[in-house]
Design a protein around this ligand. Structure first.
Ligand SMILES: CC(C)(COP(=O)(O)OP(=O)(O)OC[C@H]1O[C@@H](n2cnc3c(N)ncnc32)[C@H](O)[C@@H]1OP(=O)(O)O)[C@@H](O)C(=O)NCCC(=O)NCCSC(=O)c1cc(O)c2ccccc2c1O
Length: 146
């Protein structure tokens, strides 16, 4: 069993819709925040991903998303404090797929997945996928669900 990164999320008024429940898009923002928090917990930052090879001047590594989905099982409401659990479903050569589970008092509300691809970002050029640096993969590996 891999490590699970756990965090919490308060449902704000602005996260909810006219039905008084959290809007589906809010879960995508919460998945993004939870992933960034997992990265910070390992010492990584979305703004400063260490490359193992020299990059062209002005280029940097980044992780644009190529796929995101979420299954909604039970609604979340304003001022609910959600438990958010993040694991890694797949750590590939160039991509990482995070699995995010949202629950309230032990009841599962939603489960989503986001796939990010390691890319060289250079102004004026399209993102170019590249292998995840070993240092980064080593920090993510403990979260891979076995
Ligand atoms: C990202 C691309 C350049 C990839 O294109 P490419 O042709 O190079 O991809 P490959 O076919 O070679 O595959 C590489 C790698 O990706 C996996 N993969 C590709 N597509 C999918 C898919 N649809 N689903 C699942 N997996 C996919 C493939 O399996 C390979 O993985 P391996 O592990 O097996 O090696 C190109 O697709 C592209 O440019 N796409 C557009 C990206 C985009 O515009 N995304 C939306 C905005 S990004 C964003 O919102 C964002 C949010 C954040 O929170 C960030 C945080 C930190 C950094 C950046 C962020 C960010 O950009």
């Amino acid at each position: 069993m891999g490590q699970t990164f756990k965090t919490r999320r308060l449902v704000e008024f602005s996260d909810t819709d006219m039905a008084g429940i959290a809007h589906f898009s809010a879960f995508f923002r919460w998945m993004e925040s939870a992933e960034h928090a997992l990265l910070r917990s390992t010492g990584l930052s979305v703004f400063d991903i260490p490359a193992e090879v020299d990059l062209p001047d002005g280029a940097s590594l980044s992780f644009p998303r190529v796929k995101a989905s979420c299954d909604y099982r039970s609604p979340a409401r304003c001022e609910d404090e959600l438990d958010v659990a993040v694991t890694i479903g797949r750590l590939g050569a160039k991509s990482v797929t995070y699995k995010v589970r949202f629950s309230l008092d032990g009841k599962e509300l939603a489960e989503g997945e986001v796939t990010s691809v390691c890319c060289v970002i250079q102004h004026g050029k399209p993102p170019a996928s590249t292998p995840i640096p070993a240092e980064v993969a080593d920090k993510l590996r403990p979260f891979v669900a076995s």
